[in-house]
Design a protein around this ligand. Sequence first.
Ligand SMILES: CC(C)(COP(=O)(O)OP(=O)(O)OC[C@H]1O[C@@H](n2cnc3c(N)ncnc32)[C@H](O)[C@@H]1OP(=O)(O)O)[C@@H](O)C(=O)NCCC(=O)NCCS
Length: 208
Amino acid sequence: MQIQKYTPQYEDSWLRCRLLAYFYTSLYEDVETSKPTFYERPSIELIAIEDGIVVGLIDMVLDTEELKTSFLGDGLGAFLKTIAVHPDYQSKGIGLKLYEAALKELENTPIEFIELYTRGDEQANNFYKKIGFELLVESYDVFGIEKGLRDTISIGIESNRIKAFHENGEPCNFVIVDGVYEVYDLEALEKIEYERYYPSRGYFKKIK
Ligand SMILES: CC(C)(COP(=O)(O)OP(=O)(O)OC[C@H]1O[C@@H](n2cnc3c(N)ncnc32)[C@H](O)[C@@H]1OP(=O)(O)O)[C@@H](O)C(=O)NCCC(=O)NCCS
């Protein structure tokens, strides 16, 4: 296994690795269909290669004096956007090696801390704690719909088109089926009809 900088020839393999790694986590719906680029922003994009395929990846985007998007610390931060190891290669130290390689690249930058967000999965949370991250903030991703927003509608078909009506007979041409709410206090769950929710945890590590 070797760690190298990402190059576009590995895009398909990168996407497959990320998809499979996330598939077994609460982030299973978070699918990328093209490799995210960071436009003009400085970034660290590394891959672990074994037998010609991507078995691990890490992407970080870095603050500059002109554009700071990190939130959890003062000074310039790096946002760890994605880390993923192919399920067939997990728990063999590849995640650690990718992180260490990214850390080495950060040595020559003005970045002082790393910030990241994850859900409640034990594997990811253990991993971040193992490499010295501190849990700083927690909110919740709630999948559902605010009470009172779901209207009773009746549906019919006319000339191959769906025609929907509110109870009062008014035509209705859109409804919200489901949404994702970022919830800061679990008391808000009383106001939402939800089917599932996850903690969203913000981790922080000072590196300089
Ligand atoms: C999280 C992830 C990147 C870690 O990479 P990895 O190569 O599997 O991890 P490593 O082998 O380097 O293990 C390092 C530490 O991670 C934790 N860890 C790894 N596998 C674990 C598992 N199956 N269960 C619990 N903790 C685990 C342990 O603390 C481990 O240290 P230890 O070996 O001393 O116990 C990888 O498992 C993964 O891709 N998971 C799915 C995708 C994901 O959740 N990404 C993060 C989204 S925010």
